[in-house]
Write a protein that binds this ligand. Structure first.
Ligand SMILES: Cc1cc2nc3c(=O)[nH]c(=O)nc-3n(C[C@H](O)[C@H](O)[C@H](O)COP(=O)(O)OP(=O)(O)OC[C@H]3O[C@@H](n4cnc5c(N)ncnc54)[C@H](O)[C@@H]3O)c2cc1C
Length: 400
């Protein structure tokens, strides 16, 4: 049996940021329990790696504050810890009058959130910036950047270990229960007794929270995001990052182009229901987890909306029919051809859905006397991970 003051379940960017901040600011004995042998095996290592500076988020919202602060802090962190980070900037393209109106709202949000931006009001102005992008107007946000998210997670782990944190990899938390004082965690490698708990288990955070009676009105619904990579010989099709104008009703940004920190250009992700929380291929199926999703009232209510059903059908098509994916990519860059794109990796978003059938769009951290459960570390969770981790560490430290 192992004993620590605090157990942080989950070795993604959120869990490791919490551990680092706890070790920096307290003398608590902190352990991180990660089920995989490699850190960043799930969301934190399988994403677009974009630092979103915050023009997308409603002024005054948690996301707006954390994204702006997170972007600035992450750039400093990457410079200090030798993590690849390239400040390419992002171009958000409008293809219709309604999208152009939405672009102006984004510009207002950027203004309120203190995010730098420029508006381009003609196809020629857009092409001056991105020669292959097509649209009638665009917003350019120069502060957006690409980071190597896996390198970043490993840098956090290295720092946390130096500060005294024990990082246990290959330790899956199988059950959590209240003990006389604190919690008893049964893992694949033995029992842990701890006084304080941080549940940052990403795609499985709801399952663990439910074991101690937390967050029962919510369930994680896994949405896979698939990427294609542009052949290196055609990488000039996107010099920086090209995004569509986002639909404010959807939590996903739509298929876009990202020049990663290593210079590769990826296109995606789509957002298709995954038939399992770690079903990374569109042929993967976890019957138990799929059953859990399909029988969840919140999921059925979500699909009762005509709009969501239409979106779900389109996204499913993009997963199984490359031509549909290519068509979405051509909307932004008409010159891209099917043979310019080859299948790359996929990530799965832990999208929290409420019993009422709502996609939870804001971060959700549920506090108990001796615990914090990170139920929704939704995108831009990577961008926000330093301020998220600091905030959760302060909350936990106040409970000792
Ligand atoms: C396709 C995609 C694209 C994205 N793009 C961006 C982007 O460009 N910019 C941005 O800011 N954000 C982006 N995000 C969001 C961002 O990646 C997440 O918000 C962030 O990584 C969440 O981190 P996490 O630590 O909470 O979760 P995770 O990285 O999933 O970490 C949770 C960890 O818990 C472990 N775990 C789970 N269950 C157990 C258990 N029982 N016992 C022990 N360990 C357990 C898992 O193995 C995992 O390592 C994207 C996400 C996806 C999926």
């Amino acid at each position: 049996m192992m004993r620590h003051d605090v157990a942080v379940v989950g070795g993604g960017c959120v869990g490791l940021s919490v551990a680092k901040h706890l070790a920096e600011s307290t003398d608590l004995d902190v352990a991180v329990l990660e089920k995989e042998h490699h850190l960043a095996s799930h969301q934190s290592g399988r994403n677009s790696g974009v630092l979103h500076p915050g023009f997308n988020y409603e002024p005054g919202s948690t996301k707006a504050r954390f994204a702006a602060e997170g972007t600035a802090r992450m750039k400093e962190y990457c410079a200090e810890h030798d993590v690849s980070c390239e400040e390419w900037g992002v171009l958000v393209v409008a293809k219709s009058d309604s999208e152009e109106r939405r672009l102006h709202e984004l510009a207002d949000q950027a203004e309120s959130n203190g995010v730098a931006y420029e508006l381009f009001d003609s196809p020629a102005a857009i092409r001056e910036h991105e020669p292959y992008a097509e649209g009638q107007a665009a917003l350019y946000a120069p502060e957006a950047a690409s980071v190597d998210s896996e390198q970043y997670v490993y840098a956090l782990a290295k720092e946390a270990r130096k500060l005294g944190v024990t990082v246990y990899t290959g330790y899956e938390v199988e059950s959590i229960e209240h003990a006389t004082e604190g919690y008893r965690l049964d893992t694949s490698n033995g029992r842990f007794d701890v006084s304080l708990l941080v549940n940052a288990a990403g795609l499985h955070a709801d399952t663990l929270a439910h074991q101690v009676g937390v967050g029962e009105g919510y369930q994680v619904v896994p949405f896979r995001g698939e990427y294609y990579e542009v052949r290196p010989e055609r990488a000039e099709l996107c010099e920086t990052m090209i995004y569509p104008t986002p639909d404010p009703e959807l939590p996903f940004l739509g298929v876009h182009y990202t020049r990663r920190a290593d210079g590769k250009v990826i296109v995606g992700p789509n957002a298709v229901l995954a038939f399992g929380r770690e079903a990374y291929e569109n042929t993967d199926l976890n019957p138990g987890e799929l059953f859990e999703t399909l029988t969840f009232g919140g999921f059925r209510r979500l699909l009762a909306s005509k709009k969501m059903l239409g979106v779900a059908w389109d996204e499913l098509n993009k997963s199984y029919r490359k031509a549909m994916f290519v068509a979405a990519a051509q909307r932004l860059v008409p010159d891209v051809r099917a043979d310019d794109l080859h299948k790359s990796y996929a990530g799965i978003r832990a999208q929290l859905v409420s019993e009422e059938g709502e996609l939870v769009k804001d971060p959700l951290f549920v506090e108990r006397d001796d615990a914090v459960h990170v139920l929704n570390a939704v995108s831009p969770g990577l961008t926000c991970s330093l301020p998220f981790g600091e905030h959760i560490a302060e909350t936990i430290a106040a409970k000792r």
